[in-house]
Design a protein. Structure first.
Length: 120
């Protein structure tokens, strides 16, 4: 799960940065505000790459997804990109857990086979 989620978060890092470049062109938002918010979002996406397996890591990832969708009120294209990355986040968490379960079953099965061979 960690690899899939980290890949999604890394993609979001770049999307947030590019959204900041687009938001710089807006007249009603200061450049300092744009880069403060984008900087926090980019830093959070990188920090979350290492926190996925820790308690609350997945929930913080969902909070980042919500913030990405809500950023559409400033840059309208972010509504679409936020929903796309929300879907990617869901898939990363959902299928990542399935992969982790399959790996655990395989490791357990290999351990049993090795134990059986050692006693024979």
């Amino acid at each position: 799960m960690r690899t899939l989620c980290a890949s999604t978060l890394l993609g979001e890092f770049f999307v947030i940065g590019f959204a900041g470049l687009v938001a710089m062109k807006l007249d009603d938002v200061s450049m300092a505000a744009v880069w403060t918010v984008c900087g926090i979002g980019m830093a959070l996406s990188l920090l979350l790459c290492g926190m996925i397996t820790r308690p609350g890591g997945i929930q913080l990832g969902w909070a980042l997804q919500a913030a990405l969708v809500l950023s559409g009120f400033v840059v309208p294209m972010m509504f679409i990109l936020g929903l796309v990355f929300g879907g990617l986040w869901w898939a990363s968490v959902h299928y990542g857990r399935k992969v982790d379960e399959a790996k655990a079953r395989w490791a357990d099965q290999q351990g049993r086979q090795e134990a059986g061979e050692a006693t024979a």
